[in-house]
Design a protein around this ligand. Sequence first.
Ligand SMILES: N[C@@H](Cc1ccccc1)C(=O)O
Length: 547
Amino acid sequence: MELTYNEKRLLAVLKPLKDAENARKKALEPISETVAVIRENDSLGINPLRDILSMLEETKNIAITPVKKALALLEEATGDAIEPLFDLDRPDVKYLAKIMDTTEEAVVQYAGLLQTRGLADLIKKTTKHYILTEEGKKCAKEGLPERILFESFEKNIPIKELQAHPQAKLGIGWLRKKGWITIKDGIVEKISDAPLGEDEIALKKPSAGSPGIDELLKRKLIEEREDTEFRIAITTEGEMLVSTGLDLRIEAGTLTSEQIRTSEWTSLKLRKYNVNTPPKRIFAGKKHPYQSLIDEMREILISMGFTEMYGGIVQSSFWNFDALFQPQDHPAREMQDTFFLDKTEELPDNYEAIRDIHEFGGDTSSTGWGGEWKKEKAEQCVLRTHTTSLSIQYLKDHPDEALKVFCIGRVYRREAIDPTHTPEFEQLEGIVMDTDVSFRHLMGFLKEFYHRMGFENVRFRPAYFPYTEPSVEPEVYVDGLGWVELGGAGIFREEVTAPWGVKYPVLAWGLGVSRVAMLKMGLKDLRQLYKSDVDWVRNYPVYRRED
Ligand SMILES: N[C@@H](Cc1ccccc1)C(=O)O
């Protein structure tokens, strides 16, 4: 495969650097010889030569003429001041990035490509170094606690007294461990002259390989750091390729309309694109997958002719339970099932109609639940446990017109949290009222909705809710899971509709939204929908309608 423009550029930079390095080595040969001779004489004890020796050794570390020349050329080419560097036959990536005016990552990438072609070697070197921790800095300045303690007394000292020393807590243990003291009959006595330890030497200059390092790491006086350095060396093949000449014309990435009109493009070198290289991923803002699904449900209902209703999260027990003919001693009204609030709400004017329904059936054919209905219980506010609390209020406000309304909203129940239960979740509520809608219409609406959501098989099982008769639970069939229950539905009872003068039959349902989300999104854990898991959101494919 042909070399990319950037690979060629890198090669074109590497080659003169290597030439410069070769020239430098060559120029240094006579110096090296001299140094060797002097060193030999020096070992014979001819001391005055020492100064010459160190002078010459220094020379070896200074950029000498050929290198200076190469750098001047590079500086001219890049317009950048370049620090003299050594090992120019395998320059550092930082340096290359600077002279190629690009990032270090890019240089490593080009070098990686060259390496697969055998034209360059990418050399990775990691080195360790150590830094002093806060504690370490203190000890490096003032000495280790045991050293300070050791120097705080002459030959012996009562242990009680030594314990009062601010360094005693850590220091005494170490004094014993290092064998600098003994303690007998409450008296501490020095038994060593406490030579400078390896740890103390390493603390002054913590460098890799010094014997005290491990001890200091264990005492958390120093921390280890790793530096990674990349260097790139051109290979002989690489050099040969450069010698045969590289086409270093700048490649055109995008053409201007001018270049196309004037046919200038025919003489340009066009950049080749590798369409197999995955691009860097960018993450644009996007809707949460759960929100997308909710929006899809909303659209389906709107397309089926429904309008949306809204209502508060905080509801009186009256609207959440009583108006729905849920007896006041119903288990769902217990503290352990519902979030009760330290708040009450006034009841509507004709609340007595609901009281009568509960106590004896009011004006209806019902016999009610019997017993005494308590107003205070109904006034108690709760976090709504179902969105049916909105449906009944909507009916109260629109008792005599045909209507199709829905709402998608959050509801709250005191559930223990596990993969399939959360104390907050969403419901999709709907009601349909018209002159002669029937149970068959109800099943028709629900089937149609689930079909549009992509569930082919829908069935209904008999169920019970205090506010509907008949009542059913819709279920959908999911491969691998079987029939899954998805909520409740039914026709509102007379006890619910009569108090508000509702004229026609009312079909009602409340469906689990998060349940549907789990099925549609293939989730095993419902909690995923409510976590701030950015990675998941980023990687979740943008949701598409199936129709
Ligand atoms: N409110 C019921 C569902 C339902 C709504 C309307 C009619 C019948 C049932 C629930 O939360 O489970």
